[in-house]
Design a protein. Structure first.
Length: 170
């Protein structure tokens, strides 16, 4: 089973503005959304077929929790409420079909796939427009947390050693 867990940073994006356009997002909001989504922070937690995905930009943060094969509610990329169902398409690729809860609009879906190179490829589709966004694991964030943890452990060890020396001196 693939491991999607981690913090991800975007390295490439194609057709995001075109996707928003076909969804009916006005030009001003598209420009804001494209700028805000140019460097999203993505956090994924996976336990088997259970997922938590948090995507944060300067404009908006979305969080979804789902189990593969179980319908759940979320929002389309333009903020419309929908029912979604995620299934495994292959060993490393999940596919999500979305159904609007109200009104009409383009048929939307998304996929997430882990490549052999360790990239995460997110595709978002609205009718015949496909937006592709490619991510890599944010090792810097992981390394920073690991370094902080090591420093905290070192500090505790030093404090314990000092306390032990004090006790011996008594």
């Amino acid at each position: 089973m693939p491991n999607f867990s981690g913090n991800w940073k975007i390295i490439r994006s194609e057709n995001f503005e075109d996707l928003l356009k076909v969804l009916g997002v006005n030009v001003m909001l598209r420009k804001i959304a494209v700028a805000a989504a140019s460097k999203p922070a993505v956090e994924i937690k996976q336990e088997g077929d259970t997922f938590y995905i948090k995507t944060s930009t300067t404009v908006r943060t979305t969080e979804i929790n789902f189990n593969i094969g179980e319908e759940f509610e979320e929002q389309t990329v333009d903020g419309r409420p929908c029912k979604s169902l995620v299934k495994w398409e292959s060993e490393n690729k999940m596919v999500c079909e979305q159904r609007l809860l109200k009104g009409e609009g383009p048929k939307t879906s998304w996929t997430r796939e882990l490549t052999n190179d360790g990239e995460l490829i997110l595709t978002m589709t609205a009718d015949d427009i496909v937006c592709t966004r490619v991510y890599v694991r944010d090792r810097g964030n992981y390394e920073a947390r690991t370094a902080v943890g090591a420093l905290q452990a070192q500090s505790l060890t030093q404090k314990s050693a000092k306390e032990l020396r004090k006790q011996r001196q008594k």
